[in-house]
Design a protein around this ligand. Structure first.
Ligand SMILES: Nc1nc2c(ncn2[C@@H]2O[C@H](COP(=O)(O)OP(=O)(O)OP(=O)(O)O)[C@@H](O)[C@H]2O)c(=O)[nH]1
Ligand SMILES: [Mg+2]
Length: 368
């Protein structure tokens, strides 16, 4: 990309110089006030410094009658919500309007490509790229370790506003909901094992999973290992009775059935079974191997149930974590835990801004 840095006494003067150097199709990428000249720090002159490039897709004259197909821009795509917390506010000074993607510097194009491959949403990709471009402009040294640091800063800025890790620890009842086969029961066993072994708590299980053959046995096996009672609930009344029986336990873990939650009736049935939201903490379990659109669909289908945090499973089966980031940022819902294998209890870690940022930085290893 042909870029030019120009310093002038005023913006009109800078624009004249830019047009003279780069022609009529020049666009300003960035501008800032600078102090130049002077002696021993005195008598410095305030000036305008602009970074400009040539617009490869200049505005078409109004005389043209045929509709012009819009060239790719770094704007968010339709359907993607752009909240004030997201990228845009980081780079308000940069004008992207006619800045086609393929005219970005090579290093930025490869960052963008990698983010696309890792499943990041387009508004987030815009945010990262604008943030990097702005840093690059200010520092002018985009080596790979610096780029990685800048990306970390960006992700930390986005994720740091959302609480992560186990939610409301004072809650006695922990409920896991989610689609079929994401690892709800295995994760529940990991959490119960941690409570028993590391926190020396007494635990009990309730399962609503009366649909899948072997589901109750699966939980009973964990119950036996942990010396914890397992209650089976077929109705909301059963849940009340089971909770009464387990009232002396420090923690009660509720396992729910993996069913096709695209069918609204299943979610309604499930929400009728759950204890009052004030009494429990509910995690929506999603597999990191799912695509963003699928995760979003699942999230929307579970909206009837108040969700406190996400749990992301199967980190060991993928290296793309963009979809996780999209979900967390879009819904401003934190990550309680990430699981990374089938072994109970060890393959689980509680999350923090730092651990998730590190995970996102790891995405680059696959494509970087
Ligand atoms: N690789 C990997 N496998 C996992 C992880 N967590 C669970 N699994 C495996 O995923 C499979 C399904 O796990 P379950 O715990 O039965 O999943 P579920 O969500 O309870 O399934 P349903 O009750 O049928 O909806 C099992 O083979 C688990 O061992 C993980 O973090 N990584
Ligand atoms: Mg299960």
């Amino acid at each position: 990309m042909k870029t030019k840095k120009i310093v002038a006494g005023s913006m009109p003067e800078a624009m004249t110089k830019v047009r003279h150097e780069l022609g009529q199709n020049a666009v300003i990428l960035h501008s800032k006030k600078v102090q130049t000249g002077g002696w021993l720090g005195f008598f410095k002159k305030p000036q305008i410094e602009v970074l400009a490039t040539i617009d490869p897709y200049p505005h078409v004259s109004e005389k043209r009658t045929k509709p012009i197909k819009e060239k790719p821009t770094l704007r968010p795509t339709k359907g993607m919500e752009l909240r004030p917390s997201t990228a845009k506010k980081h780079a308000t000074e940069i004008t992207w309007s006619n800045q086609a993607r393929n005219q970005l510097p090579d290093w930025l194009q490869s960052v963008e490509k990698r983010l696309v491959q890792n499943g990041f949403a387009s508004d987030q990709i815009d945010g990262v790229c604008q943030f990097l471009l702005k840093n690059w402009y200010n520092r002018e040294k985009p080596d790979s370790s610096e780029l990685m640091d800048w990306e970390r800063i960006y992700f930390e800025g986005q994720l740091g506003k959302i609480p992560h890790g186990p939610a409301k620890l004072q809650h006695k009842i922990v409920v896991l909901v989610g689609p079929t086969g994401v690892g709800k029961t295995t994760t529940l066993a990991k959490l119960a094992a941690d409570a028993t072994v590391n926190q020396k708590q007494s635990v009990g299980f309730i399962t609503f999973d009366t649909y899948r053959i072997g589901a109750i046995e699966q939980l009973k096996t964990y119950g036996e290992i942990l010396d914890a009672p397992v209650m089976v609930a077929y109705s909301p009344e059963d849940v009340t009775q089971a909770l009464e029986k387990l009232k002396d336990k420090d923690k009660v873990f509720i396992d729910t059935a993996g069913r096709n939650y695209r069918e609204e009736g299943f979610v309604e049935e499930l929400s009728r079974m759950l204890p009052d939201e004030k009494e429990c903490v509910t995690y929506l379990v999603l597999s990191l191997t799912s695509k963003h659109d699928d995760m979003e669909q699942i999230y929307q289908n579970f909206r009837k149930i108040p969700i406190n945090r996400f749990i992301f499973t199967k980190k060991d089966e993928t290296s793309s974590y963009g979809a996780m980031f999209n979900m967390v940022d879009k819904h401003q819902l934190g990550v309680a835990y990430v699981t990374m294998g089938q072994d109970v209890p060890e393959d689980i870690v509680s999350s923090s801004t730092k651990s998730i940022t590190n995970l996102l930085a790891q995405s680059r290893k696959l494509y970087g």
